[in-house]
Write a new protein. Structure first.
Length: 642
């Protein structure tokens, strides 16, 4: 804390602003980076969903084209004319088509087409021989050949295909859809593929003479089914995009190099194949992390048979994210530098009037009350400077008045000291003669008979001499320092002893004393004789203030902290005028007249209470009475209490 106090205010302000700027900028960079990354991820996922939709539409468009080809053929051929007419109808121009079959009860004839524009092209064979699905180079569209229709060696329609055909015959409408055929089932249709499952795109339409025209395309290794999707996503980063068709969980068609035959991520299998739900998010694609989107592929009976997926390498968007966040951080950094410069200028501008004010305070503290701070601003600092100048002016005026009052007061004090010394000396000198006069007056009074008229005169002499002796005694007590004999005393016992003494006082028979003392003893450190003198003085003053009948209430209690004892003496007398309430503790000040008081009682009582580390407070309302409150420290223990 001491080290902080030694640092200048400007340095602390700069440090605070710099800490605020750095903290805010860091938080902005972090929060902005997180928000941008999330937003970028949302955009990527949206783009993947759009790309997946494009891939799905591309696949659906091929099925719809098969339906259109089948419908266009439906009204133009019959089972008998089809083998000749089909080869003349331009089937060769359809790239995504592997075979056309005419099915009638007990007879199946068909034709196979060579693949084009695929890495794994097929070659046509003679008669009923189907093209191989592996090996060979691409065949140009003009070289595609329509092999004349010929009967299939064993006209056994596979069950899966038979169900599809029967549905088209039964509903008498053109159908299209996906299905899975095993290698053995393909051989029954005249294909000679490798021993693997294949995904078929099929369309079937009933002919007028109860025959069925069937169009088939094998999806395995046919990149034409997915490559348009990658092209549609744009040329930028095209090599980072990939689209695939899965049969079950294995890639059978993809735009990835060396991706055929690789499995899909297990998380995708659980959600897409097992639950039949859409998947969007990060996934492993051929040992690399991609942003992906997957949707289940369903056959014509709505059973899940595979997956259609699309993805993009995360590294493509990681570069975009890092570049954007770096640019964002650079802009924030420039803003921080500007903020630092503005902080340095602003703190200098802010501290300048404060320094001026501090210099002015130093000069005033050094005694230059004529100095004036010159700050012309109208803000809070300007108001503070005006208030400071006003305060200095008031201090200067007060200093002048205080000097005058002090000089006057010192003069009065010196006069009172001189008078006190003279009075104490006079009192000491006249004390012995007064004692002699009083003693002789008492002896003379006692020697006179009761019926002697001179006895009344002697009683008056004794009374007035006694009063003079009391005045002299009070003067000596006021001028003389007598240390109190401190001990632990019960305040209640002191009050009871005081009431016994004051009960004999003249006029106490017409006054009712009400005691409201605390239930438990209240102990204080004090001189019991001096405390008794204080309470005797207060009770007799209260009695003298009551005209006729009245009451004096004595209350004791502890204060709220429990550290002090509170004694209140209240009367129903005439009260004290407001102009006199501040002077009642002055020596020789009295409102009783010269015949009843000396004006030293309250002054002596206040001195005694202060010696006991206490205080005296007076509250009075003229015509209603007076309450005197004596506050004394409470004793911590009751050992040796009297």
């Amino acid at each position: 804390m001491r080290n902080v106090a030694r640092v200048s205010l400007r340095t602390r302000l700069i440090a605070a602003f710099v800490a605020l700027i750095v903290t805010s900028a860091s938080a902005t960079i972090v929060i902005g980076g997180v928000i941008f990354a999330r937003r970028l991820l949302q955009l990527i996922n949206s783009r993947m969903e759009v790309g997946l939709r494009v891939a799905e539409l591309n696949l659906v468009s091929h099925l719809e084209r098969f339906e259109l080809l089948a419908r266009a053929t439906n009204d133009r051929i019959t089972t008998r004319t089809a083998p000749v007419e089909l080869c003349g109808m331009g089937w060769v121009s359809e790239p995504v088509l592997d075979a056309v079959f005419l099915m009638t009860p007990g007879r199946v004839v068909g034709s196979h087409f060579a693949r084009v524009s695929d890495s794994a092209a097929s070659r046509p064979t003679q008669g009923s021989t189907a093209p191989l699905l592996t090996g060979g180079g691409a065949v140009a569209p003009k070289a595609r050949a329509c092999v004349p229709f010929a009967p299939i060696a064993r006209p056994v329609v596979p069950p899966t295909l038979a169900g599809f055909v029967d549905k088209a015959r039964r509903e008498q409408q053109t159908l299209s859809g996906l299905m899975v055929l095993e290698a053995a089932e393909l051989r029954q249709l005249g294909f000679h593929p490798p021993p693997e499952q294949v995904l078929l795109l099929a369309a079937a339409t009933p002919l007028p003479d109860r025959g069925i025209l069937l169009l088939l395309a094998i999806a395995n290794r046919r990149s034409a089914l997915v490559s348009p999707t990658v092209t549609a996503l744009g040329t930028e980063g095209k090599q980072a995009y990939a689209a695939s068709i899965f049969l079950r969980d294995v890639r059978i068609t993809t735009t990835l190099d060396q991706g055929l035959g690789t499995p899909v991520d297990r998380e995708v299998v659980k959600k897409v194949l097992e639950k039949g739900e859409f998947y969007s998010g990060s996934a492993i694609v051929v040992n690399q992390r991609y942003f992906t989107a997957y949707r289940p592929l369903r056959d014509y009976q709505r059973n899940p048979i595979g997956i259609l997926g699309i993805g993009v390498k995360q590294e493509l968007f990681a570069g975009i994210r890092n570049q954007t966040i770096g640019l964002f951080a650079a802009l924030i950094g420039l803003g921080m530098l500007f903020g630092f410069a503005m902080t340095y200028w602003f703190t200098g501008w802010l501290i300048r009037p404060i320094r001026e004010l501090a210099k002015g305070m130093d000069r005033v503290a050094g005694g230059d009350l004529g100095h004036k701070v010159r700050i012309t601003a109208t803000d809070e600092l300007g108001k503070l400077a005006k208030a400071f100048n006003l305060m200095v002016r008031n201090m200067q005026e007060r200093d002048i008045r205080l000097r005058e009052m002090t000089e006057e007061r010192l003069s009065q004090v010196e006069k009172q000291i001189s008078i006190g010394r003279v009075a104490a000396g006079v009192a000491h000198e006249i004390n012995n003669p007064l004692t002699t006069v009083l003693s002789l007056s008492i002896l003379t009074m006692k020697s006179l008979p009761e019926e002697d008229q001179r006895r009344g005169d002697m009683e008056l002499v004794v009374q007035e001499t006694t009063r003079c002796r009391d005045i002299v005694r009070h003067l000596l007590d006021f001028a003389r320092e007598r240390p109190p004999e401190m001990q632990v005393v019960d305040l209640h016992q002191v009050l009871r002893d005081t009431l016994v003494l004051t009960s004999k006082y003249e006029g106490m028979d017409r006054i009712r004393i009400v005691q409201q003392l605390a239930s438990l003893p209240l102990f204080v450190h004090g001189d019991p004789k001096q405390l008794q003198q204080v309470f005797t003085n207060l009770i007799t003053n209260a009695a003298e203030a009551i005209v006729g009948a009245g009451s004096i209430t004595i209350t004791t209690d502890e204060d709220s902290s429990g550290s002090f004892v509170v004694t209140r003496i209240s009367d129903t007398g005439k009260g004290i005028p407001k102009e006199n309430i501040q002077r009642i503790f002055e020596p020789f000040f009295t409102t009783k007249g010269t015949s009843k008081g000396t004006g030293l009682g309250l002054s002596v009582s206040l001195g005694i209470v202060r010696k006991h580390s206490g205080s005296v407070d007076v509250e009075s309302e003229e015509g209603k009475g007076t309450t005197v409150t004596v506050l004394l420290p409470r004793a911590p223990s009751t050992e040796g209490a009297t």
